[in-house]
Design a protein around this ligand. Structure first.
Ligand SMILES: Cc1ncc(COP(=O)(O)O)c(C=O)c1O
Length: 390
């Protein structure tokens, strides 16, 4: 009886995912003293004005349960930001939910919206929380590949993925790990598909501020899309506070109600002081973002130029903070073998992207480097990788 129960459990549905590739690579990197360009967290701290706001909140007794939907100050700050960015008004009481990071917003979305057997279109390379969201909710992922080297979204392949069971499409832009910032034509194709097949759109915009070429476009602002789109994001990346896990979901009342139904019993709410910090973060002047982007652009250019010089074939990322580089020139069988060599013999950690390709084998020729690392760290990694030449 126990084994039957276990087979039906969430644990068994999650078993195929094992531990994340990040956990394994981080442990291996530590064991070998490798410079870590693997996991996507910055080597520097978030801004003081945000940390001070959270400290003030702790000192002044904002330490009890906040409302499940999030404190009013943060929901209002999110609404103001949305108005500035899109020109659209959003109701902080019925259309915004604060969550414990974008990760919880994703889980609440999957659990709140889907029945077992519903199909969700995902793009590969895929961020691991999406197939896990499917496994949690019983939804079935249908993958559309963003093909190397351009990683463009192809409307014909998107259309071919639709069946009578399709309920939603999930778009991550700027995209981890390709660095794509989807352009107007690509997002218009998604919007068109959603309208014609009556699909929900879920967008993961955690890298919304990290755009170096092109423009961050929000699917929710395309004609007819507000009513069917949930926009998910968080402060982790934009404010170099990945450990804060403070995010949100924005969408029309009927979709917000579904997110809140699950969120209420997943975490109920998000730590109160961090919400005060996040509200301060979202009031940051434009200068803050200008500086953030300038720093990231410098680091991107340093890493991509260095990798190209070493012999990698590099697709320069338009956004986010990762580079996918083609390692085939160095003669290794696949990405996992190459990354092991890189960590154990060269002393640099990176991520083997085949973990992000559930369907195609296009990830085997690639390796992902993160450039949310200070310039000294990037420089040291490039110096060590000179060994690849011999
Ligand atoms: C595409 C994407 N979505 C979501 C997350 C997680 O966001 P959060 O830390 O706010 O839960 C990450 C973190 O790496 C990510 O890369």
């Amino acid at each position: 009886m126990f084994s039957t129960l276990a087979e039906m459990s969430v644990a068994s549905r999650l078993a195929p995912f094992g531990s994340t590739v990040f956990t394994e690579i981080t442990a291996l990197a530590r064991a070998h003293g490798a410079v870590d360009l693997g996991q996507g967290y910055p080597t520097w701290e978030g801004p003081d004005f945000v940390k001070e706001a959270a400290i003030e909140a702790i000192r002044h007794a904002s330490n009890q349960y906040p409302p499940s939907m999030g404190i009013a100050e943060l929901r209002e700050a999110i609404a103001r930001r949305w108005l500035t960015d899109t020109g659209m008004s959003v109701d902080p009481d019925t259309e915004i939910t604060v969550t414990s990071g974008c990760t919880e917003a994703l889980a609440a979305t999957f659990l709140g919206l889907f029945e077992p057997g519903d199909e969700v279109i995902l793009f590969e390379p895929v961020y691991d929380a999406y197939p896990v969201g499917c496994a949690l909710s019983g939804a079935v992922p249908r993958y559309v590949t963003l093909h190397h080297p351009g990683f463009r979204l192809r409307a014909d392949e998107l259309e071919a993925a639709v069946t009578s069971r399709t309920r939603a499409v999930l778009v991550n832009t700027p995209h981890n790990p390709t660095g794509r910032v989807f352009d107007r034509a690509e997002l218009a194709a998604v919007a068109d598909l959603c309208r014609r097949h009556d699909l929900v759109a879920i967008t993961d915009e955690v890298y919304e501020r990290m755009v170096y070429d092109g423009e961050h476009l929000r699917l929710a602002t395309f004609p007819g899309m507000w009513e069917r789109t949930l926009t998910l994001s968080s402060i982790g990346k934009s404010f170099s506070l990945t450990g804060w896990k403070t995010g949100w979901a924005i969408g029309p009342e009927h979709l917000t109600a579904a997110v809140r139904a699950a969120h209420q019993f997943l975490t109920f709410t998000t730590p109160n002081p961090m919400q005060h910090g996040a509200a301060a973060a979202l009031a940051a002047p434009e200068d803050y973002y200008v500086e953030l982007v300038a720093g990231y652009r410098r680091r991107r250019d340093l890493l991509t130029a260095g990798l190209a010089e070493l012999g990698f074939e590099v697709t320069v990322p338009e956004g986010a903070y990762y580079v996918l580089a083609d390692h085939t020139r160095f003669g290794f069988a696949d990405d996992v073998t190459f990354v092991h060599h890189l960590i154990e013999d060269v002393g640099v950690a990176a991520i083997p992207p085949s973990a992000f390709y559930p369907v195609s084998d296009e990830g085997r020729r690639l390796v992902r480097f993160a450039f949310c690392k200070d310039e000294a760290t990037l420089g040291e990694a490039l110096r060590r990788m000179q060994r690849l030449r011999s």
